[in-house]
Design a protein. Structure first.
Length: 549
């Protein structure tokens, strides 16, 4: 695309911002206010489309300036550009978020001849593909950055991001997050770039990023479970037929393995296709944030050449605006429950199959415990939220003056908190409760009910908390009055305590174990087993882990 003729230099601009704009929102009509920005502590991005409207699915040309004078200096619309002054091709991005009055954009920086131009923006490595994400329904303005931070703290790549304020055609439009678009690059998804002549041998086997998302008419295919899988980078029209066929066949073979009888085996099973460590870390972020879009929308995965590992890796993480309790469905709003079943559209069946492998869930539990004692320490996460809230304190006032929504429910908000400070406190409280719940329930990470309030099948059991310090409670349900035995064993299988040995009525039951043996002596920290027998038949068993004092 050729650049537009430049009619007015940036130096001759006036920032008398737009008049009132009516925005129809359910359940009420809100008025977007005109706001004057004189200076800001955040970087400032100024876009000028010369009256042309930014569209979906078709890029237009615009001028862009980036002003960032440093962390200790203010930024004003009349300051000279510091990072960039030049052309971009830009379009609206997003699915449901595209219906919000505050739009998100994707753009490419370009030179005067319309070719892509790699540049550094706000300290991020050189590239030409960028996102201007518009936090709107997330009234903390923080959720995406927080999720990226959680993944980065695991040691993985997640898109770098910087807060900024945006002026579009002389109209102040609020706080945005400038962030990297997911693509193959040495500073982003660092895998071998696939070339047009890489159609055989080892060269064919790597250089792919795939995406699971909504059916948007793009070229892709349907997984065994009915999810849409797309060629993200390179796109389908940039791939040779051999390349498209190779990566699709690879995913098909993986899905056949996961759905087969031998899926748990080291050689014949999924471990020959999936990098387990990245899968665990990716899914842990989804579980911690309780992301209702997990493994169904905005889900990325990538594969390098076989000579460079060649296993499929899940990630990078992306799109958490309706995570962390920002969802009006009680199951997703609640800080409790695993919540993986979504009746609106199913997630990849891979998740259930991985979680039904005890060796996978044991690694999952251990990784959670490791993260909780290091980078996912609760106080560190709360401090990160607080530091972002302090950084945004001034700009959020302008943002919510421009978009006066704090006292309104915006889909999918579960409730209204009325002030920015209350939104931040709610997020911190939700995170605190969520981590506490997972700490107490990590040993039940495979929940085939998907977080149903009644997680028991005909016979079943659940231990809370687990791991525990002093007291663990074993919950179970029986369908009819039965002779029931509940016993605790050490790892050698020796019975050390009998908690129940009696006829009991049908229904739900809860039996406490105070971590003492049959002689009333406290047992040491470590792993123990329990067995539940009903009318002499073993119906449930599991492990309990007592933590050291």
């Amino acid at each position: 695309m050729q650049p537009l003729n430049i009619k007015t230099p940036f130096a001759e601009r006036s920032y008398q911002f737009a008049s009132l704009i009516l925005i129809l929102l359910v359940p009420s009509i809100l008025i977007a206010q005109s706001v004057q920005l004189e200076s800001t502590n955040l970087p400032l991005i100024i876009l000028d489309t010369y009256g042309e409207e930014i569209e979906e699915d078709a890029r237009i040309m615009a001028d862009m300036m980036v002003i960032s004078n440093g962390s200790d200096l203010r930024n004003t619309p009349l300051d000279p550009p510091t990072d960039y002054e030049g052309l971009v091709s830009i379009e609206i991005r997003g699915a449901s978020s595209a219906s919000f009055p505050k739009k998100s954009y994707s753009f490419e920086t370009q030179d005067g001849s319309g070719e892509n131009l790699n540049i550094k923006l706000l300290g991020m490595p050189k590239e030409n593909d960028w996102i201007l994400y518009a936090p709107y329904s997330d009234k903390t303005l923080i959720r995406n950055k927080l999720a990226f931070k959680l993944s980065l703290d695991q040691g993985h790549y997640a898109p770098r991001s910087k807060y900024c304020e945006l002026i579009l055609n002389d109209d102040y439009v609020g706080i945005y997050v400038l962030m990297e678009k997911i693509k193959i690059d040495g500073d982003r998804v660092n895998i071998t770039r696939l070339e047009v002549d890489d159609v055989e041998g080892d060269a064919l086997t790597g250089g792919y990023i795939l995406e699971v998302d909504r059916d948007d008419g793009d070229s892709g295919w349907s997984s065994l479970g009915g999810n849409n899988i797309y060629y993200h980078h390179p796109k389908a029209d940039q791939l040779e037929p051999e390349q498209r066929a190779y990566i699709r066949d690879f995913i098909t073979d993986l899905e056949n393995s996961l759905s087969g009888l031998n899926y748990k085996e080291p050689v014949l099973g999924y471990r020959s296709w999936i990098d387990v460590e990245t899968a665990i870390d990716y899914l842990l972020v989804q579980d911690l944030t309780k992301n209702s879009d997990a493994m169904r929308y905005s889900t990325y995965m990538y594969k390098d050449r076989d000579s460079k590992d060649g296993l499929l890796k899940l990630g990078p993480v992306w799109d958490f605006n309706i995570a962390f309790g920002n969802n009006n469905r009680p199951k997703w709003w609640s800080s409790t429950g695993w919540g993986r079943k979504n009746p609106l559209s199913p997630y990849l069946f891979w998740w259930d199959r991985l979680m039904s492998d005890s060796s996978f869930t044991e690694q999952y539990e251990m990784r959670w415990l490791q993260l909780r004692t290091t980078s996912w320490d609760l106080q560190s996460i709360l401090n990160y939220i607080d530091s972002n809230a302090v950084l945004l304190d001034e700009a959020q006032q302008r943002n919510f003056e421009r978009w006066p929504i704090l006292d309104n429910k915006i889909f999918p908000n579960p409730q209204v908190y009325y002030t920015y400070e209350a939104e931040i406190e709610h997020l911190k409280q939700w995170i605190t409760e969520r981590i506490a719940w997972i700490d107490s329930n990590i040993s039940t990470v495979y929940d085939p009910s998907g977080g149903d309030p009644d997680p028991f099948s005909k016979w079943g059991s659940l231990v809370v908390p687990n791991p525990f310090l002093e007291l663990a409670t074993i919950h179970f349900r029986i369908e009819e009055s039965s002779y029931t035995e509940l016993a605790i064993h050490n790892i050698r299988g020796q019975t050390i305590s009998r908690l129940l040995d009696d006829q009991i009525p049908a229904g739900l039951h809860a039996v406490d174990w105070l971590a003492i043996d049959r002689n009333g002596r406290s047992v040491p920290s470590g792993v123990y087993l329990y067995t539940l027998r009903v009318n002499g038949k073993l119906e449930a068993s599991g492990k309990l882990t007592r933590l050291p004092r």
